[in-house]
Design a protein around this ligand. Structure first.
Ligand code: NAD
Ligand code: IPM
Ligand code: MN
Length: 359
């Protein structure tokens, strides 16, 4: 069989500082996997005159999947390519507290669920225009809802297609079934603004509800997304698979991350029919760039999700356990978790817990 090929896009600002050590660890765990780093952002701009050169697009296309750092602006077109051109329709963001994570919650041990976020539609990609253009739209019939077309201003569009909502719903159900076979309750919880957006979020609600009803072992729950935000903090123990639209999922993933101890800890995986890419929930952390203190945990856990995707499940578990053991011991912790370890030192601590090193 052909060993997998992974395209590595380090991203901007502090992102390469977590991507490169992650690739080193993945290489140690699965020497068979081939990694090809592709130029991006400012370096690509300097060398190729564009932040997203053809060689990078070709490297992404040639690979089985991509490991992506984060874009602080310059690498943004690459992120867009990974989402829309590769049609990675769902963004899966596991939220799980591990002993040793510095959570602000009183009972963080109750936090263990997965966010399933639409990765393609809603208010993304940005489609904006002048309010005057709204005059062409059919009137809602209510004066307070009529577009203020005589005024100067802008609008932003939200789009949800049945096809996309359906595959997000189906994927969420598959996730819940998968988790159920591992002992989770099999509960799908939708958070959306169906109260005020009947045609987008209302339709999403109907589609998710119907999809869940196709699986007798699963239960369906729904909350208006503002209330959902509170529940992530007040009663996370009731959550299993949380389905959210694109912008809601973006915001609430960072809230969830806050409940377990911060952005340094939250991984993500984006899956399409024919492609996948893996990136942390966090951004390029420009405030940390060059300091050698950024927490590599989110990136490493994204790497573990990638190992699972590629069929290296044993190696994925080994990496996850090494991270868990390092936090559990707590003798060495990253700066954002109240410790003093720099990125390199913390990666070394994790490495010491990998099976090859006999611990
Ligand atoms: P950010 O996630 O980069 O940082 C927010 C805060 O969290 C900062 O204080 C940062 O230092 C901290 N933080 C983030 N990751 C950390 C880590 N691994 N370890 C320790 N601390 C960490 O968000 P931001 O500052 O709002 O955005 C910076 C840039 O990143 C923006 O250009 C934004 O658009 C972009 N961004 C990109 C992605 C992506 O590519 N998927 C995701 C989010 C934000
Ligand atoms: C994320 C990020 C992106 C998003 C940005 C960089 C466009 O915040 O992946 O969570 O909004 O989806
Ligand atoms: Mn985000």
């Amino acid at each position: 069989h052909n060993p997998p090929l992974v395209c590595v896009v380090p991203g901007d600002d502090a992102a390469p500082e977590v991507v490169r050590p992650t690739v080193e660890i993945l290489r140690e765990l699965a020497p068979e996997i081939r990694f090809a780093e592709a130029p991006c952002g400012r370096e690509a701009q300097a060398q190729y005159g564009t932040p997203f050169p053809d060689v990078t697009r070709e490297a992404i296309d040639a690979a089985d999947c991509t490991l992506f750092g984060a874009s602080g602006g310059p690498s943004r077109p690459i992120l867009w390519y990974l989402r829309w051109n590769k049609e990675t329709y769902i963004n899966v963001r596991p939220v799980r507290w591990i002993p040793g994570y510095r959570s602000p919650m009183q009972h963080p041990e109750r936090i263990d669920y997965v966010i399933a976020r639409d990765n393609l539609e809603g208010m993304y990609p940005p489609r904006e225009g002048d309010v005057a253009e709204l005059a062409a739209l059919p009137s809602s019939g209510s004066w307070w809802m009529a577009p203020p077309v005589e005024k100067a201003g802008a609008y932003s569009i939200k789009v949800s297609t049945d096809e996309q909502m359906q595959r997000v719903a189906n994927h969420a159900c598959d996730l819940a079934l998968q988790r159920q076979s591992a002992g989770y309750p099999g509960r799908v919880t939708l958070g959306a603004k169906y109260s005020i957006q009947p045609r987008t979020d209302g339709r999403f609600r109907a589609i998710v509800k119907e999809a869940v009803s196709q699986h007798p072992s699963l239960t369906y729950q729904e909350f208006l997304v503002d209330d959902m935000a509170r529940r992530l903090v007040a009663s996370p123990e009731n959550l299993d698979v949380v389905v959210l639209g694109n912008e809601h999922g973006d915001i609430l993933a960072d809230v969830s991350s806050g409940t377990i101890g911060g952005l340094g800890l939250s991984p993500s995986a984006c899956y399409g029919e024919n492609y996948a890419y893996f990136e942390p929930v966090h951004g390029s952390a420009p405030d940390l760039a060059g300091q050698g203190v950024i927490n590599p945990t989110a990136m490493l856990l994204s790497g573990a999700l990638m190992l699972d995707y590629l069929g290296y499940n044993k190696q994925a578990s080994a990496l996850t356990s090494a991270i868990e053991q390092t936090y559990r011991e707590g003798t060495l912790l990253p700066v954002d978790q109240g410790g003093q370890a720099g990125t390199h030192e913390f990666v070394q601590a994790i490495r010491a817990h990998l099976p090859e090193h006999g611990s």
